[in-house]
Unconditional design. Sequence first.
Length: 305
Amino acid sequence: MEDMPQIQKAEDKLVKIKFDGQAHQVDAQVFISTLINFSEVVKEVNRESGSDKKIEIKIVATEKGSFDAHLVLQQAVHAVQAELAMQPIATIASVVAIVAGIYGFRKWISNRNIAEAVPVQDNSVKVTDTNGDSIVVMGNVYNIYNNNQGVNDAVSNSFATLQEDPSITGLEISDEEKVLFRADKEDFESLSTKVIVEDENTKKIVKEAANLTINKIVFEGAGRKWDFVYQGNNISANITDADFFQQIDNGERFAKGDQLQADLEITQVYDEALRVYLNKSYTVTKVVKHIPRDNPEQLDILTEY
């Protein structure tokens, strides 16, 4: 009879998630959503790291007088044959480091246009934006961010929930030694923005001089997400045109019902069941013209197919 693998002492790591704001209470939905989405990121990172060992996440305590949730991440370690032991298996510490790196990279990259990403020493990647600012991240962080839709969705969903709760002013993730990640209220909107992982089933199309009717205006916030009516449909779009926001800073007035003629980038994902590409997200890359609703001038009407 074959010997059963011996279970060694489980590796574990304490992680603390701190909700800033109303210290004595937090909305149950916000609390649950944050933990579920954090757990999803941990699970996906663990899988992407090549480990076949499940990580269990348990709530062990909350800090007295606040809502600092203490989580224990635990992974059972089995004795394996020597040749299998040579294969790299993610440790809890490395998984937590990658998770924190993904949250941090999402925060940094929000509303930046990337110029280049080049490998550097220690299996890291140096990412530089079009302004010349750069950040060095672990290769695993960069690869998972660019290829794992589940991780990006979990981060977006978590901060979308936090964004809607006015009592939460910040979120902090730490371990026993240091703060691993921190986001303040002003970061929530950009972190909640949907990120589409592009692959063979994803494509982007650009509608030049698209006619957009303003439904909701957002002057503040890094997310720059406005609501428009486009071709009879309600859409939400980030605006990345810096010149447009400079016009706003210079005092140009906007109102609901105004129209913009703008270049609209549409990200589409192929639906296998329907066998068609569906619109998933929108970005206004350039505002060509602003037409106030009370101005008799009309936008050029373009026939789009």
